[in-house]
Design a protein around this ligand. Structure first.
Ligand code: AMP
Ligand code: MN
Ligand code: MN
Ligand code: MN
Length: 319
């Protein structure tokens, strides 16, 4: 049998890590998918189904990152172990920064950490009242029963999101698809949109770090910031102890990938990669970033350089 000569991605254990803007022995073309959603938030597949799908799609390192929710992580880890799929626990925290909703992904977190558990419970708590107000807004333009309808689409009653309203409105023929329903009803200035105050940036980063995780700015190309506001986001994020940024994600096109590769290097941030998969029909990329599994630039330091082989070993994967 011929030995695989490629350097193992997780061989290096780093203590007192400082991001380096140079080539590292870490495997850049690892099919890491570090951003995905289950039925515990606004995905349509449960954790076990996701694990099987990720494995079948060639994922080599997987993270589940439900919005403001940790409930599916034990099931995801167990299913990943059964599939021989290295797994890291994750979360995607909703934050308000400069009046805009920003998502901060936490990777490699301890899902039992009290500070993280309490912090995101508080973030989740506002969702039900917000959903009622969204229902009221939609009722004013003649769409009845949207709150109850959205709840029927939300398998986790504590985690109702705009996505569940979107699915209800599409199912009712109010709009042809999710993109259109968001544009017409669920974004700023539209009848189903409700201003909401999410977590503070510094709190989200602090909870993630308290739980032993790496904080990562999710899909930065999606925010409508001015260059000054965006610079402030990156600077403040880093000042609070944030360490990474998503460079390759389902919502980034080639121009975004080039831009955030440069930003990661400028700020010395670790680079992450994930599909942001929610549903086979709705999502632009499937698990494993299918059909477009772009690798991170060799100039970047992948976020997975932070975890050792032992951190990521699963019983069957190790054999
Ligand atoms: P919420 O946390 O309730 O504000 O919901 C945010 C979620 O809505 C995001 O995580 C996406 O899954 C989804 N979303 C946001 N914008 C769009 C869009 N234009 N089309 C489809 N889904 C979207
Ligand atoms: Mn979502
Ligand atoms: Mn997001
Ligand atoms: Mn997401």
């Amino acid at each position: 049998m011929v030995e695989d000569a490629r350097p193992h991605p997780f061989r290096q254990r780093r203590r007192g890590y400082r991001p380096l803007a140079k080539i590292t022995p870490v495997q850049h073309d690892l099919n890491a998918d570090l951003h995905s959603h289950s039925t515990a938030s606004d995905g349509t597949l449960d954790a076990a189904t996701l694990a099987t799908r990720a494995k079948a799609n060639g994922v080599e390192l997987w993270a589940l990152t439900d919005h403001d929710e940790l409930a599916a992580l034990p099931a995801a880890r167990a299913a990943a172990e059964r599939a021989g799929l290295p797994f890291v626990d994750g979360v995607e925290i909703s934050v308000t920064f400069a009046g805009t909703t920003v998502h901060i992904v936490g990777l490699g977190i301890d899902p039992a950490n009290d500070e993280l558990v309490a912090g995101i419970a508080e973030v989740r708590a506002g969702r039900e009242e917000r959903a009622r107000q969204m229902g009221d807004g939609l009722a004013q333009v003649g769409i009845k029963g949207a709150y109850e309808g959205a709840m029927k689409f939300a398998p986790n009653p504590h985690l109702v999101s705009r996505t569940h309203f979107g699915r209800f409105l599409v199912a009712g023929g109010i709009a042809p698809d999710m993109h259109t329903v968001f544009r017409r009803y669920l974004t700023e200035g539209k009848p189903g949109y409700v201003e909401h105050r999410w977590a503070r940036l510094g709190d989200a980063v602090r909870w993630i770090r308290a739980a032993g995780g790496v904080a990562v700015i999710a899909h930065p190309g999606r925010y409508k910031f001015t260059p000054t506001e965006e610079y402030a986001l990156f600077s403040e994020f880093q000042a609070h102890g944030g360490e990474g940024v998503e460079v390759v994600t389902g919502s980034h096109h080639a121009g975004d990938i080039a831009k955030y590769t440069d930003m990661a290097l400028e700020f010395g941030l670790l680079a992450s990669r994930g599909s942001d998969f929610h549903d086979p029909e709705e999502s632009r990329l499937d698990l494993g970033l299918k059909p477009n599994p772009l690798a991170l630039s060799l100039r970047l330091t992948p976020v997975w350089s932070r975890w050792s082989e032992a951190d990521l070993r699963t019983p069957r994967a190790a054999s």
